[in-house]
Design a binder for this molecule. Structure first.
Ligand code: NAD
Length: 511
């Protein structure tokens, strides 16, 4: 690895495939516009930090200007006009080729994920490969579903004859602005880009600061496919706080697909009159009934709560345990929590540093508030810079911030309840409504409470999860608007167009 004179982590691995992304003279990564990797006219760089190396400088990348944002939208619009004229089956083949390139060149992407966001090695590799699978599935799904439309006849309306035939079909929206969060900068970029492209749209992507280089590498896998028009996937880099509003309010954006935290609430208010898909924060509850399989529930809580150090939108963020089984459940969760490995992402530790010092401070503040108000620590509090040891906090109550706020770190709070009504309070009084899960052997009870939980999804006898990626995925309340998942995203990224054939005289089909 070259170091680059800006002191960052330097040039990408992967030889010639990724080398155009990096400028050795500036020691920084370029942005992607109209099929070219370029340095910004601003002459300014943004640097991200390596969370597991004391937040030392990691990668440098371009702070793009407003003119470059304008150019990205203009180029994407031109590319969309070419792309939209390519037959669906050929678009699907090109997306499959991009998926194949991502599989072949996944290792440098995984390496960047390890450095930029401290993702454990195995999970980083899975993210790159799962993204390739997602692209391929979207290509196949779109190739089938987008070929179909409706033919509606006029004679079903009162008084009408069968003299009008209406063909309703799905057409692209135009340019989709894709804004992914730091925790899955590749997968949650691809979950927007692949449905957008198969539906005939172009994309302008704004990657997160932490995760920016992984996302740039992902874009190279689309750019390198022969036949994909230059400008179809544009990647504009810079701090969200500097260029985000300009990109969101831009007249060139015909659709916005955003995943992130509360920033998304402001983004949805700023969006012009275009379709928006918002996937925001969550406070997923895990309700464990007295008749539950406690081993199954404990395994799900530890996996759901601590995978990627709790930095997942669908992490278990509060356990709601019935009094009768709470002691036994917490003991099982504690035992499993103590076995989690803590350390470096390169070594594939299960718990790695959280994304920033600010995030670690926020998490610590939540735990300190809970302890000051009477919560019981079942594991010792331990922190070294951004690295926080997995933390199980029992006897949490509604007065504590930890009960309602999203830690986005390796902290699992437990509240104890006596009734179903009380359990539901911790779900339905939350400002979030992403997912929730219920553990019970009684299917009637499970369905009964699932129907009353104000969340986008309820998992029965399993932890909250986004995948498989073709399932519908959505939040209610402050957790989002619109439904994602490959099938729903393709649908959302199209608009209905109708063409009506007016016959000179009514015509009725006879047998
Ligand atoms: N519901 C889901 O599917 C889902 C999935 C993953 C993460 N998340 C949520 O994401 C959050 C963590 O991710 P994060 O810290 O990257 O979120 P964030 O909201 O801070 O940032 C998300 C993205 O928005 C960009 N951004 C910042 N300011 C902007 C602006 N003014 N206009 C446009 N874009 C702007 C950022 O650069 C980043 O790319 C958590 O709250 C988590 O629950 C939700």
């Amino acid at each position: 690895m070259g170091s680059g004179h800006e002191g960052g982590a330097g040039a990408p691995g992967g030889g010639e495939f990724y080398s155009p992304l990096y400028n050795p003279d500036t020691g920084a990564y370029r942005f992607l516009i109209d099929g070219e990797w370029r340095d910004s006219a601003s002459g300014q760089l943004v640097h991200n930090a390596n969370p597991s190396k004391g937040n030392e400088r990691c990668f440098g990348f371009q702070a793009c200007t407003r003119d470059e944002v304008d150019a990205a939208y203009a180029g994407a619009k031109a590319a969309q006009r070419q792309w939209g004229r390519i037959p669906l089956n050929k678009r699907a083949s090109m997306l499959k080729a991009a998926a194949e390139l991502m599989r072949q060149h996944h290792a440098p992407i995984a390496d960047a994920l390890i450095r930029e966001i401290a993702k454990p090695k195995k999970d980083a590799t899975t993210e790159a490969k799962r993204s390739a699978d997602l692209i391929e599935y979207a290509a196949e799904e779109g190739c089938r579903s987008l070929a179909k439309g409706d033919m509606i006849t006029s004679d079903s309306f009162p008084g009408a004859e069968r003299d009008k035939l209406c063909m309703a079909h799905k057409v692209p929206l135009g340019v989709v602005l894709c804004i992914p969060p730091f925790n899955y900068p590749v997968n949650l970029a691809v979950s927007k880009i692949a449905p957008a492209l198969i539906a005939g749209n172009a994309c302008v992507v704004k990657p997160p600061t932490q995760g920016c280089v992984s996302a740039l590498m992902m874009a190279q896998c689309f750019k390198k496919v022969p036949g994909i028009p230059a400008g179809l996937v544009q990647v504009v880099t810079g701090r969200g706080a500097d260029i985000g509003d300009y990109m969101v309010e831009h007249p060139g954006a015909n659709c916005i697909s955003f995943t992130g935290g509360d920033t998304g609430l402001a983004v949805s208010r700023k969006a012009r009159m275009v379709p928006v898909q918002m996937e925001l924060g969550g406070k997923d509850a895990c309700i464990v009934f007295p008749d539950a399989d406690l081993d199954l529930a404990a395994t799900a809580i530890v996996k759901g709560g601590f995978s990627y150090s709790g930095q997942r939108c669908t992490a278990v963020k509060i356990v709601v345990a019935f009094e009768e089984i709470a002691d036994a459940l917490v003991a099982k969760v504690e035992e499993k929590t103590r076995k989690l490995t803590v350390g470096q992402p390169e070594d594939d530790a299960q718990i790695t540093a959280v994304v920033s010092a600010a995030s670690a401070d926020f998490i610590q503040g939540l735990v300190e508030d809970a302890v000051a108000k009477g919560a019981t620590m079942r594991t010792e509090w331990r922190r070294d810079a951004n690295l926080i040891w997995p933390c199980l906090v029992d006897d949490v109550t509604a007065e504590m911030r930890l009960c309602w706020e999203e830690p986005f770190g390796p902290v699992v709070p437990v509240v104890r309840v006596g009734t179903e009504e009380e359990a539901l309070r911790y779900v339905n009084e939350s400002k979030y409504g992403l997912q929730g899960c219920v553990f019970t052997r009684d299917i009637d009870r499970a369905i009964g409470i699932a129907d009353r939980m104000e969340t986008g999804t309820v998992q029965i006898n399993g932890p909250p999860a986004r995948g498989p990626d073709h399932f519908p995925f959505q939040g209610v309340k402050d957790s989002g608007i619109g439904s994602q998942g490959i099938v729903n995203s393709i649908e959302m990224m199209t608009k209905v167009k109708t063409t009506v054939i007016n016959l000179a005289k009514p015509s009725y089909a006879t047998a």
